[in-house]
Ligand binder design. Structure first.
Ligand code: ADP
Ligand code: MG
Length: 248
């Protein structure tokens, strides 16, 4: 008669570690619930499948490289009234990803743009997609570094493997022409192929303020806003509100 350990070892050697890790509990639950052989066969494989899914989601959360953990559940729509829960929820059927559309949050500092982008990003990961988060500046630096190593194409190819790229803080600092050129190559590779969630404090009509080279500015903005859901956020700065509350 085989011991649980030796059976678990056999499962593990076939890479069925989800079953292997919880074989004992699965067996005692099955005994307690008096399930049929067929049901038990199904329970085992469903368990393995679910474990793999949650592991993959956990890995995708790490790979996303979010700087902060911000959930949509924490977002207060009573404070931020220039976007509704319904508008945000309308994105959560993830059609925008399947149709390769972008989501753009425009607004002044502290109105919740990054919070919403990360909150949506987490839901996107939970739905099984791959997401990568970085600031525009961070991306620009990463591309520049890759270029120095002669690996710009490789880096862009890595980035376009993600279903959604979150580009935070577009336009906060002026970008040099070379950096913009690299970013343009990335945006061009993503265009109509992947989705971008972009946050920016600048209206695109004013784009020459932060793009030095208009020859790149126009086509890049064109690709960002074409097929996109644009949300103009306004209202008070949430950071100031919490500060004032603390003082008062
Ligand atoms: P932005 O990116 O527009 O500058 P953030 O998303 O970084 O603003 O928001 C600033 C801080 O305020 C963050 O800690 C964020 O979680 C919080 N915050 C902003 N708006 C809301 C909101 N409506 N409900 C809850 N927290 C908010
Ligand atoms: Mg922000």
């Amino acid at each position: 008669m085989s011991s649980i350990d030796s059976v678990a070892y056999k499962y593990r050697s076939l890479c069925l570690s989800g079953i292997a890790e919880q074989l004992e509990q699965l067996l005692s639950q099955a005994e307690a619930n008096d399930v049929s052989y067929l049901q038990f066969a199904e329970i085992l494989i469903v368990h393995e499948h679910n474990q793999r899914n949650s592991k993959r989601i956990e890995q995708n959360r790490k790979r996303a490289a979010f700087l902060l953990h911000k959930t949509l559940e924490e977002f207060d729509y009573r404070f931020q009234t220039t976007i509704s829960k319904r508008e945000v929820n309308s994105l959560l059927n993830f059609d925008f990803i399947d149709t390769r559309e972008n989501v753009v949050f425009i607004g002044p500092p502290g109105v919740g743009k990054t919070h919403l982008a990360i909150g949506i990003g987490l839901k996107v990961i939970d739905a099984g997609y791959k997401v990568y988060f970085n600031t525009a500046l961070g991306l620009m630096e990463a591309l520049e570094l890759a270029e120095l190593k002669g690996e710009l194409k490789k880096k862009i190819n890595q980035l376009i493997k993600f279903d959604v790229l979150i580009i935070d803080e577009w336009g906060y600092l002026p970008m040099n022409q070379h950096g913009m050129h690299n970013l343009f190559q990335l945006v061009n590779a993503l265009y109509e192929y992947r989705s971008i969630i972009l946050t920016t404090n600048k209206e695109f009509t004013n784009c020459n303020e932060f793009f030095i080279d208009d020859n790149i500015a126009v086509p890049i903005v064109d690709r960002l806003i074409h097929h996109s859901h644009i949300f103009m956020l306004g209202g008070e700065n949430y950071r100031l509100k919490t500060k004032l509350n603390r003082c008062g």
